[in-house]
Design a binder for this molecule. Structure first.
Ligand SMILES: C[S@@+](CC[C@H](N)C(=O)[O-])C[C@H]1O[C@@H](n2cnc3c(N)ncnc32)[C@H](O)[C@@H]1O
Length: 231
């Protein structure tokens, strides 16, 4: 398991545990993985550290640097980090990756899901996986409201809400399977509480998983999800 789960609010831990579990589902040693929209490169670095025999490439519009990635880049020969556009993977060969993933990234790319899927389907090997961790779901009214305010205030042209219908559309571009893991309904507003009140977040999160289990229709109102496509 990747060690990055620490540091997230208690209400998000189940989400990250599940998401990182998906990244580690297969032994990546001897395999190739590409992170898109990798930010400061922390997760690419952690995956390369977890699987030292893997080739891990991190990609973001901006080249990553900083202590999290620089030290690992110098130490892990399988790790690289490049500046590039997730919607243009022409630098990579067909069927050359076992895993493509992004964390908090689909909502930056959901304005052109067809192009994204075309590129990723091309570079993934058959059976390869395309994983998104920690995406906001626009069906949740609080998420939708917060995002609308952020977009209006900061004029973020590429920030979209993500909806279940988009996953269906992405699945139909050529993936064989799509699994959506939903988290955080009551737990979402609890994020605002400090760690001192972590027990309230944890309780809300347990309540959420019970409610989702007993009343699956409520899954539509979760605030966050992980999405796993298989080619
Ligand atoms: C919310 S941040 C997430 C960063 C990182 N994955 C994390 O979880 O900390 C979104 C990142 O997506 C990058 N990004 C947005 N559009 C992109 C694109 N078309 N291609 C590559 N990166 C992109 C941004 O530069 C930013 O670093």
């Amino acid at each position: 398991m990747l060690p990055a789960v620490g540091g997230f609010p208690p209400s998000d831990r189940a989400l990250f545990l599940a998401g990182y579990g998906e990244l580690c589902r297969i032994d990546l040693n001897g395999k190739r993985a590409l992170e898109i929209c990798g930010g400061f490169g922390k997760l690419s670095g952690l995956l390369a550290e977890t699987f030292p025999g893997a080739e891990v490439i991190g990609l973001d519009l901006y080249a990553a640097s900083g202590p999290e990635i620089d030290e690992r880049l110098s130490r892990l020969p399988g790790l690289s980090y490049v500046a590039g556009d997730a919607l243009d993977l022409s630098a990579y060969m067909d069927k050359s990756f076992d895993l493509v993933w992004g964390q908090a990234s689909l909502h930056h790319l959901a304005h052109d899901p067809d192009k994204l899927c075309r590129e990723v389907l091309r570079v993934l090997k058959p059976g390869g996986r395309f994983v998104f961790i920690f995406e906001p779901l626009g069906h949740n009214l609080l998420v939708a409201a917060i995002r609308a305010v952020r977009i209006a205030r900061e004029e973020l042209p590429d920030e979209c809400n993500v909806y279940f219908s988009q996953f269906e559309r992405m699945l139909s571009t050529g993936f064989s399977r799509c699994e959506v893991q939903v988290f955080n309904m009551l737990g979402y507003p609890m994020k605002a509480l400090s760690d001192r009140f972590g027990f309230i977040s944890r309780t809300a999160q347990r309540l959420d998983s019970g409610l989702f289990r007993c009343f699956p229709r409520l899954l539509r109102y979760g605030a966050n999800c992980n999405v796993i496509f298989t080619k």
